[in-house]
Design a protein around this ligand. Structure first.
Ligand code: SAM
Ligand code: SF4
Ligand code: SF4
Length: 370
């Protein structure tokens, strides 16, 4: 029997294009005075991995209904929406998914996005997050299309453990090759993301640190998050970033580094001996909602204002019903002005429950993009 985890059309409102017409240009601030700076665009809800913390096979099985092709935003539609977001202050675009490298001819989209400049006239910071399995094959064409850099997810160096975590029998070697090729073609600085699940892969923290020290790649440790409703998240499986830093420091002393910017999600630590740096993303133990300037555009054109949202705002409906650029710009402005999301800050409190509850079927990470 076919089933769907994310109720799509039923929970998402068509945004309000009424109100004073705003020009497609103009900086925005939400109810907590946060500007709009980053846009994450999910280009597919499909993936060739079944990471246990993201797309558990028991849920994302052969009966799972992924989006039909007609539901996906076309590259032209993505470009149009992205242009309006950029005019509203977005400086950084990250392509994600699902696995973005599964989207056919992704290079065509990258070429279009790479031509854009920010409202201040600077080149857009255009990046992509991938599981790395197809990266060795694609790194050169991605770079040639205009991609600036990549982030590669890798949860273990131990091959057997990695295969268990991706639950699709992909070898570590494929991902490591992808990282090497990406670095060699200049997709740099390259970041490597490791989601740490206590009791599953925390034994890999020090080997991963050792492997990437001095490699030019910045390894970042992400606390396992309660995204979506299908991964069976439990706080006991979260290893606080402070413990990650302590464990690495026992082998390779670390010193805190200044943040590059207030909106940076990772706290930076440098190896005392000059062997490069690591980052820790403490999404659970040290919420950074106060500086969250990110909007997410789903594969089918819905805007989500928080990773933990349960509903989005349907921009595809506007794009496909003939709404003008000014109308879409006004809708985006209205959406952002009303934003008050800060789930991680409220996690565990009564207020969090009133924002989104697990019963509301929060949107899945593979659908909204990480
Ligand atoms: N498939 C690509 C990949 O894995 O890099 C891009 C999409 S994936 C959803 C984006 C990021 O989200 C990955 O780095 C992944 O490890 C992270 N992620 C997924 N589920 C997570 C969870 N429950 N907690 C923390 N990070 C998670
Ligand atoms: Fe796929 Fe990325 Fe989710 Fe893993 S984390 S299942 S690679 S979308
Ligand atoms: Fe941003 Fe929501 Fe994450 Fe807070 S919980 S940092 S508002 S995405």
């Amino acid at each position: 029997m076919s089933r769907r985890i994310i109720p799509v059309a039923d929970v998402s409102a068509v945004p309000d294009v009424a109100g004073p017409v705003r020009t497609p240009r103009g900086e925005l601030a939400d109810t907590l005075s946060r500007p709009l700076r980053d846009l994450r665009i999910s280009v597919t809800d499909r993936c060739n991995f079944r990471c246990v913390y993201c797309m558990p096979r028991a849920v994302f099985d052969k009966d799972y209904s992924f989006l039909p092709h007609s539901a996906l935003l076309t590259f032209e539609e993505i470009e149009r929406i992205a242009t309006i977001f950029v005019a509203h202050g977005v400086e950084k675009i990250r392509l994600t998914g699902g696995e973005p490298l599964l989207r056919k001819n992704l290079e065509f989209l990258i070429e279009r996005l790479a031509r854009m400049t920010t409202a201040a006239g600077k080149p857009l910071d255009l990046t992509l997050t991938t599981n790395g399995s197809l990266l060795a094959r694609k790194a050169r064409s991605l770079k040639d299309a205009g991609l600036s850099r990549v982030t590669v997810s890798l949860d273990a160096l131990d091959d057997a453990l990695f295969r268990r975590m991706n639950d699709a029998d992909f070898a570590v070697r494929d991902v490591l090759d992808g990282i090497e090729v990406a670095q060699s073609v200049g997709l740099a600085p390259l970041k490597v993301n490791m989601v740490v699940k206590r009791g599953t892969n925390d034994s890999e923290i020090v080997p991963m640190a050792q492997h990437f020290r001095g490699s030019g790649a910045v390894l970042r440790f992400i606390e396992y998050m309660d995204v979506g409703t299908s991964n069976g998240w439990n706080m006991t499986e979260v290893l606080p970033s402070a413990d990650v830093v302590a464990r690495i420091s026992e082998h390779f002393p670390l010193l805190p580094l200044e943040a590059h910017s207030a909106a940076e999600t990772a706290q930076r630590w440098g190896y005392a001996d000059g062997g490069g740096e690591i980052g820790v993303i403490s999404s659970v133990t040290r919420a950074f909602c106060g500086d969250c300037t990110r909007a997410r555009l789903s594969t089918e054109g819905k805007v989500y204002l928080c990773l933990f949202a349960s509903s989005g705002h349907d921009l595809r409906a506007l794009v496909r019903n003939g709404t003008s650029d000014e109308g879409i710009a006004t809708a985006i402005a209205n959406i952002w002005h009303a934003r008050g999301d800060r789930y991680s800050q409220l996690r565990g409190s009564a207020n969090a429950a009133s924002t989104t509850t697990r019963e509301e079927r929060r949107v899945e990470m593979s659908y909204i993009g990480g």
